[in-house]
Design a protein around this ligand. Structure first.
Ligand code: WQD
Length: 343
């Protein structure tokens, strides 16, 4: 029987890469996207990569009637991967209600409809932001969550708690929260990748836009941290490795006979790199000299965070295979393809 999986936000950065891996692993993804944070052309690109049609329903996960109509049209949806959420940390501070309404509201609707239609396997897109600045590194899933530094981070913490409470109340529902570290890079075909709207908040798209002349220079937010070169440390994971972790998470719960199952998994490489190491590695793989300046620290940044990935490696039978160099090569190729296509 087809393993039909709803993929909310499936036209987005991580969602689109996951749709590719789902199809390549024999799943039948059904994309839901309202294109607030994604472009419709991504669907055509996905179809080019997988060589077949990809099913899409355009609409909002917050819309209960729309979601019910999708589940009743698509018989036998067995599970869902929930990517759809707003994710700009800074914007969440300026517009908290928009974030609580969308990120939490859409989860509540989805869980309610999944229950109604007996879809039992659920993978949630969470974030290492729930850890704040961990006291010990590498950070494990049992590390207590810290008070969120932003409404965005708070929605991730609240959503994890909602799923856990829901799973406890439903005898055969199984939920997994994947705590992403820093997703970077793009599909090696350069047909899909990160499409930041406006000025990028995140490091790697800012680096590639600077190298392609779209940004005048990169500002490194602080070099006075307690790290080898003074710049912050993060765990940068290739988006294709991250996408594969979602397939492994589904395999894990599809094959589970546990009841009331809710589990957390860190999804990172287990290795930390400083901002300057990312910049120098980018220069090495691209052959470009990057124009950067050292600026003030960015409020809300943690000094260093990287993952202990033992649980993911052992229980999900998943391990990141692509290194920082590969991620930055793919990010740079994607950026060049964007510039080429914009001509
Ligand atoms: C990485 C490092 C910056 C830009 C955030 C969210 C997280 C997830 C990923 C959604 C930091 C430095 C950055 C720049 C810089 N988002 N930097 N100059 O902050 O670790 O994580 O994005 O799921 O939830 O919190 O990622 O890429 O913004 O920053 O020096 O122009 O790069 O200070 O040390 P971050 P980032």
């Amino acid at each position: 029987m087809e393993k039909k999986i709803l993929v909310t936000g499936g036209a987005g950065y991580i969602g689109s890469h996951t749709v590719v891996e789902l199809i390549e692993s024999g799943y039948e993804p059904i994309i839901i996207d309202n294109f607030v944070n994604a472009e419709p052309k991504v669907i055509d690109r996905l179809q080019q990569i997988v060589g077949r049609e990809v099913k899409l329903y355009e609409g909002d996960c917050n819309d209960e009637g729309f979601m019910r109509s999708v589940f009743s049209t698509e018989k036998n949806i067995t599970g869902a991967i929930h990517f759809a959420a707003y994710k700009a940390v800074g914007e969440s501070v300026e517009q908290p209600l928009k974030y609580y309404e969308n990120n939490i509201g859409s989860l509540l609707v989805l869980l309610k409809i999944m229950k109604e239609f007996n879809a039992r396997n659920f993978v949630f897109s969470s974030s290492c932001t729930v850890y704040g600045q961990p006291d010990n590194l590498p950070v494990t899933e049992s590390t207590p969550k810290k008070p969120a530094e932003s409404p965005y981070g708070n929605t991730k913490q609240i959503c994890e708690e909602i799923i856990e409470d829901f799973v406890r109340s439903e005898s055969s529902f199984r939920g997994i929260a994947l705590r992403y570290f820093n997703p970077i890079g793009a599909h090696p075909s350069s047909l899909i990748g990160e499409l930041p709207i406006g000025v990028p908040n995140n490091l790697v798209p800012f680096v590639t836009q600077t190298a392609s002349g779209i940004r005048e220079h990169l500002t490194i937010f602080g070099d006075d941290y307690d790290t080898p070169d003074g710049t912050c440390i993060r765990d940068y994971i290739h988006v294709v490795d991250l996408a594969k972790a979602h397939v492994k998470a589904l395999d894990y719960i599809e094959g589970s006979n546990k009841d009331k199952q809710f589990e957390l998994f860190n999804v990172g490489t287990g290795k930390g790199n400083t901002v300057l190491e990312v910049v120098k590695t980018f220069e090495h793989v691209s052959g470009e000299s990057l124009n950067y300046k050292i600026g003030d620290r960015r409020s809300g940044d943690v000094e260093k965070v990287y993952a202990n990935v033992d649980r993911s490696n052992q229980l999900l039978n998943w391990k990141a295979e692509l290194d920082l160099e590969r991620s930055l090569i793919d990010a740079w190729n994607w950026q060049k393809s964007l510039v080429e296509n914009a001509k």
